[in-house]
Ligand binder design. Structure first.
Ligand code: HEC
Ligand code: HEC
Ligand code: HEC
Length: 384
């Protein structure tokens, strides 16, 4: 094993002169496949300017992932580490798995960084694009087919489904232990994350934010349901039921009567990702979400333990608010006027209190803001 790694490193030493890429993901990396982002950074490769060529530069200067490892040394991380009985969050597998995947590999097993550079850390190229050892050379050839690169381990990220699968690995599931240690809650919402991510690529013509949002919600449901089968609990059930209620409210063909949630959420995500999504459909989804009051009725979320039903409402309110914001924004970015003024949306965000703090009064206040939006939407539809 050790020998294999050494041989590979020798080979790598020489490929680095070419242009390399690196490795990662929400799972521990295999040592022999890991290359640092420095392998991608030369100006002829991705360390230049412009789309594609500027990827390294943009990531290093603007991407929150670049600093994800440094977070593990801040005060909040130290407090979490104390509570979890960890010596050092920056070296603990329970943190580096998402914040710095390359740190899970012993330094002696990684190629040495070029002179003047520190060992790579954070969430870098390979965390999203896949370990590059097999495709590094081929991917510089313009005639090399994408499907062949995919077989060599280059992750495909063109569709909403492919992207969701990649990002969700680190952006939805926290273990109960981490939740109890007060890690910031993770609410996977793909479209907002993609918009916030400093882009080192250009989106294709006709890109649908609404599709990206909906696929993201289905994948969030899939992952939460999968996590619940490993670590069940009433809080997780409350969140699952909230996402189901949201998918139901969209009336986009989600089959809620299903026995196997993981499987059917995955099928639904794929199906939405592969189908076209028109502006009319997007508008219709937004209107349905604003009108739906089922989750706020007294008999809602009957599957959830009584003490946690208000949490479900809170989770629903949180995701609904993000949804309305994304869908409204998508109308604007497609050149139409949005449905709602900024201050209406701000008031909705204010009313979406943290799920665990939801009670009868917060529910009523939230529905009141939703009613305001409903009236505004009604006026607009009349005028259309
Ligand atoms: C290997 C794990 C990992 C993967 C994969 C990953 N992220 Fe992240 N992401 C993180 C971590 C950790 C942070 C927190 C960074 C910090 O320390 O502040 C983060 C933060 C972010 C932020 C800033 C915080 C926020 O919530 O707005 C955005 C935006 C983001 N990620 C987008 C994405 C997108 C889009 C994808 C998929 C294309 C993705 N991430 C894939 C781990 C990951
Ligand atoms: C499942 C992936 C995952 C794991 C495991 C994880 N984090 Fe995070 N962490 C994230 C993501 C994603 C964010 C960004 C959240 C956001 O802004 O939306 C984040 C944010 C944070 C933040 C707040 C950001 C800041 O700048 O202060 C801290 C602190 C933090 N993590 C520390 C830790 C520590 C310490 C551990 C281990 C005990 C850990 N995390 C484990 C994914 C993870
Ligand atoms: C948080 C996830 C993430 C990280 C980290 C990341 N990328 Fe990307 N990258 C993407 C996504 C998503 C796309 C869009 C892919 C698509 O639409 O086919 C992309 C596209 C690209 C493209 C194609 C650009 C184009 O014009 O189409 C290149 C080249 C690239 N990335 C290089 C890099 C390099 C080099 C690094 C590290 C310095 C890096 N990426 C880090 C997610 C990421």
């Amino acid at each position: 094993m050790v020998l294999r790694v050494k041989e590979r490193l020798l080979f790598l030493g020489f490929v680095i002169a070419f242009c390399l890429s690196q490795s990662g993901m929400g799972q521990p990396l295999e040592a022999e496949k890991a290359l640092g982002s420095q392998t991608c950074m030369t100006s002829g490769c991705h360390g230049g300017a412009g789309p594609g060529r500027g990827a390294y530069t943009i990531w290093k200067q603007y991407d929150p992932h670049f600093d994800a490892a440094a977070t593990l040394t801040n005060g909040r991380s130290r407090a979490m580490a104390r509570q979890l009985g960890l010596d050092n969050a920056a070296e603990a597998q329970s943190c580096t798995v998402c914040h710095s995947p390359l740190r899970q590999i012993a330094p002696s097993e990684l190629p040495a960084p070029p002179e003047g550079h520190k060992r790579d850390s954070g969430v870098s190229c390979a965390s999203c694009h896949g370990p590059a050892d097999q495709w590094l050379l081929s991917h510089t050839r313009p005639d090399y087919p994408q499907a062949a690169l995919a077989r060599l381990g280059m992750r495909q990220l063109a569709t909403s489904y492919q992207r969701a699968n990649n990002c969700v690995a680190c952006h939805q599931n926290l273990s109960n232990e981490l939740v109890e240690a007060r890690h910031p809650p993770l609410v996977f919402e793909l479209d907002g994350l993609m918009v916030a991510e400093p882009k080192h690529w250009r989106e294709e013509e006709g890109f649908s934010h609404v599709k990206s949002w909906l696929v993201g919600q289905a994948v969030a449901l899939r992952e939460t349901a999968a996590q619940a089968s490993r670590e069940p609990g009433p809080r997780r059930t409350a969140e699952i039921e909230a996402i189901r209620a949201l998918l139901n409210a969209t009336a986009t063909g989600w089959n809620d009567s299903t026995q196997n949630l993981v499987r059917s959420a995955d099928d639904f995500a794929k199906q939405i990702s592969e189908s076209p999504m028109s502006q009319e459909q997007s508008r219709a989804i937004l209107l349905k979400l604003i009108r739906n009051r089922t989750p706020f009725q007294t008999d809602a979320f009957a599957q959830v333990a009584a003490d946690y039903r208000l949490w479900s409402i809170g989770y629903y309110a949180e995701r609904l608010t993000l949804a309305i914001d994304r869908l409204n924004q998508s109308l604007i970015s497609s050149g139409q006027s949005g449905m709602f003024a900024e201050d209406f949306l701000n008031a909705l965000f204010d009313a979406a209190k943290p799920p665990e703090s939801f009670d009868a009064a917060t529910t009523e206040a939230f529905v009141k803001q939703l009613d305001r939006l409903k009236m505004a939407a009604l006026d607009l539809e009349k005028a259309r």
